[in-house]
Ligand binder design. Structure first.
Ligand code: SAH
Ligand code: SF4
Ligand code: F3S
Length: 472
C-alpha cells in the first residue's frame, strides 16, 4: 500500500513546546551547549533545529566544547571514517567529564539509527547520557527534560519513520543571508552501497504551501540565497496527493524573489527535461548542479542500483548544457566498489574527462553493514583503492584547473560571506557557480551580492577584484 505523508500532529508539537518551557524554568539545568555536527547539509540543518530548541530552553551557545555544560554530537554513518571520527571525539569527552561532573553528553543523528548502535554506544561509552535517532529530532525537548529530571540515561530510537514530517520547530539559522529549506526527508532509492535510506527512512515531502511560506518569510528576513534540501529532490511530491512536483515547486519558489536558489541532491535518473526547462527559464536559479554519477561503467552502475546508464547520464548532461551553456556541474564518485576491474575504473576516469566537472567529491567505497554491496564478493584491497582514488583526484585536479582558467577575466556575482580564512584582509563568498571567490574587501560587504572580476584561479577557489562602478 502506498503510504501518504502527514505532518506530526499539532498536539505533539505543543507537548514539546511545553517541555521546552519547563526546562527553561528548571533549577540547575545546563546553562550552555555546544553542537558538533558531522555529515551532509541535512545534518547541518538538523543541528540548526537542535540549536533553536536549546535556545528556547534557555541555554546559550558555548565558545567551544570544553566550556559547555551540554555537548551533543550529531553523527553521520555514510562511510566508515565519518563514523570513526564521531566516536573518537565522543571518547575524548570522557576526560572532560572527570573535570566537569555536571557535563551532559548526547549523541544523535544517523549513526543512532543503525540497528543496535544506540545500545552499543551506551554500553561502550558509559558517560553518554542521551541517545536518539533522526526520526526523534522533534522529540528532543521531551528527551532532554527526561534526562534532567530522572537523572539517568535516556535512549529513544524509532526504527522507521511514521510517514510524518515535523513542522514549526524552533530554528537558529547559522547565516543571516543563506538558508537551507528541507523540501523532503528520506530516500527510496536503495543504492546498493548506501546506508542513508535505512537511517533516514522513506521519502516524505513537505507540503508545498509550507515550503513557499518558509521561503517568503526568509525573503522578508533578508535572506539572499536558499538551498533546497533532499536526498533526491527530483522525486519531491511523489508521496503526496496535492499535486506539485519538483519542477512546479522550483518554479513557484523562483517567483518568491529570493535572489539565488540552489538545490541538492538530484538523482540523474529522475532529472527531467521539465526541470531543466524550469532551471533555464528561472530568474533566480543558479546555473549550477550537483549531479552525482557515482561510476562510469554500466555493469557497476547496474550493480549499484543507480538505474541509469553511462550513456543516459551523458545525454542528460548534454541536454542541460544545451539549455544552460554556462552551467557548472559537480559530482560524487565512488572508486573501488566491489568487483571493480581496472578497465571498469578507467571508465569512471574517462567519464570524468568527458563531462569536465568543475569539481568532484571522490570517495573510496566503504562497506556498510546491512547494505547489499557489503556482502558482495571481490571487495577491493586498500592499496588498489588508494591508487585508484589518487589517479582520479589527479585527473579532476587538472580539469578543475583548466575550467577555472576559463573563468579568469569574467565578472561573477559573489554573495559575500565572511573574511577569508587564509587572509582576513580578503573577503570570501560564493559565486553563482557555487565556487569560492576571494577578493580585497571589508566586513561591511557581508551579505551583499557584488560583481567581482576574476583575476586568478587557485586550486579550489578563485581570486578577483571588485568591479567598482557598480551597484548591488
Ligand atoms: N543522496 C545523495 C547523496 C547521499 S550520500 C545522492 O544520491 O547523490 C553522499 C555521497 O556519499 C554519495 O553520493 C556517494 O558518492 C557517497 N557514498 C554513499 N555511500 C557510500 C559508501 N558506502 N562508500 C563510499 N561512498 C559512499
Ligand atoms: Fe544513498 Fe542512493 Fe539515496 Fe543517494 S539516492 S541517499 S546514494 S540510496
Ligand atoms: Fe551522513 Fe546521514 Fe547525511 S548518514 S551523509 S548525515 S543523511
Amino acid at each position: 500500500m502506498k503510504r501518504m505523508t502527514a505532518e506530526i500532529p499539532q498536539e505533539t508539537i505543543q507537548a514539546e513546546q511545553e517541555s521546552m518551557a519547563r526546562v527553561r524554568e528548571m533549577d540547575g539545568r545546563p546553562a550552555s551547549y555546544f553542537i558538533v555536527t558531522y555529515g551532509c547539509q541535512m545534518n547541518v540543518h538538523d543541528s540548526e533545529s537542535l540549536e533553536g530548541m536549546l535556545q528556547q530552553m534557555g541555554l546559550t551557545g558555548a565558545a567551544d566544547r570544553t566550556c559547555a555544560d551540554f555537548v551533543i554530537f550529531n553523527t553521520c554513518c555514510v562511510r566508515d571514517n565519518a563514523e570513526r571520527r564521531a566516536l573518537g571525539n565522543v571518547t575524548w569527552l570522557k576526560e572532560l567529564k572527570k573535570t566537569n561532573p555536571q557535563l551532559r553528553v548526547a549523541v544523535c543523528g544517523c549513526m543512532i539509527q543503525e540497528p543496535g548502535m544506540a545500545e552499543q554506544i551506551l554500553r561502550t561509552y558509559p558517560f553518554v547520557d542521551l541517545a536518539f535517532g533522526t526520526h526523534n529530532l522533534y522529540h528532543f525537548p521531551t528527551l532532554f527534560e527526561q534526562m534532567l529530571i530522572r537523572q539517568r540515561r535516556v535512549i529513544e530510537v524509532v526504527p522507521d519513520d511514521l510517514g510524518s514530517v515535523p513542522e514549526d520547530l524552533p530554528i537558529v539559522r547559522s547565516n543571516p543571508y543563506q538558508a537551507y529549506i528541507t523540501i523532503m526527508y528520506g530516500c527510496n532509492n536503495f543504492c546498493s552501497y548506501c546506508i542513508v535510506p535505512s537511517v533516514r527512512g522513506r521519502e516524505r515531502s513537505r507540503e508545498s504551501s509550507r515550503i513557499l511560506a518558509e521561503a517568503e518569510a526568509l525573503r522578508r528576513d533578508g535572506v539572499r540565497e536558499i538551498m533546497l534540501l533532499g536526498q533526491n529532490v527530483n522525486s519531491y511530491g511523489l508521496d503526496r496527493e496535492d499535486g506539485m512536483r519538483f519542477p512546479q515547486l522550483l518554479e513557484a519558489i523562483d517567483k518568491v524573489g529570493i535572489e539565488r536558489i540552489r538545490f541538492m541532491t538530484s538523482h540523474p535518473k529522475d532529472l527531467s527535461t521539465d526541470l531543466m526547462d524550469v532551471m533555464a527559464a528561472g530568474s533566480h536559479i543558479c546555473p549550477q548542479l550537483h549531479l552525482p554519477v557515482q561510476h562510469g561503467n554500466n555493469r557497476i552502475l547496474k550493480s549499484m542500483n543507480r538505474r541509469y546508464t553511462r550513456e543516459q547520464y551523458l545525454e542528460k548532461v548534454a541536454m542541460l548544457r544545451e539549455r544552460i551553456p554556462n552551467i557548472s556541474l559537480s559530482t560524487d564518485v565512488i572508486v573501488a566498489y566491489p568487483g571493480e576491474t581496472e578497465a571498469e575504473f578507467e571508465d569512471t576516469c574517462s567519464l570524468v574527462e568527458q563531462v569536465r566537472y568543475d569539481s568532484a567529491f571522490t570517495f573510496i567505497y566503504s562497506p556498510r553493514t546491512g547494505t547489499p554491496a557489503a556482502i558482495m564478493p571481490d571487495q577491493i584491497d586498500p592499496e588498489t583503492a588508494s591508487r585508484r582514488i589518487q589517479q582520479l583526484i589527479a585527473i579532476q585536479k587538472q580539469i578543475t584547473a583548466e575550467n577555472f582558467a576559463k573563468y579568469v577575466g569574467q565578472v561573477h556575482h559573489v554573495l559575500v560571506d565572511a573574511p577569508s580564512r587564509r587572509d582576513p584582509s580578503q573577503m570570501s563568498g560564493k559565486n553563482e557557480y557555487n565556487i569560492t571567490v576571494n577578493f580585497d574587501g571589508s566586513p561591511d560587504m557581508i551579505g551583499q551580492i557584488l560583481p567581482i572580476r576574476i583575476t586568478e584561479a587557485k586550486e579550489t577557489t578563485l581570486k578577483g577584484t571588485l568591479v567598482e562602478d557598480s551597484h548591488d
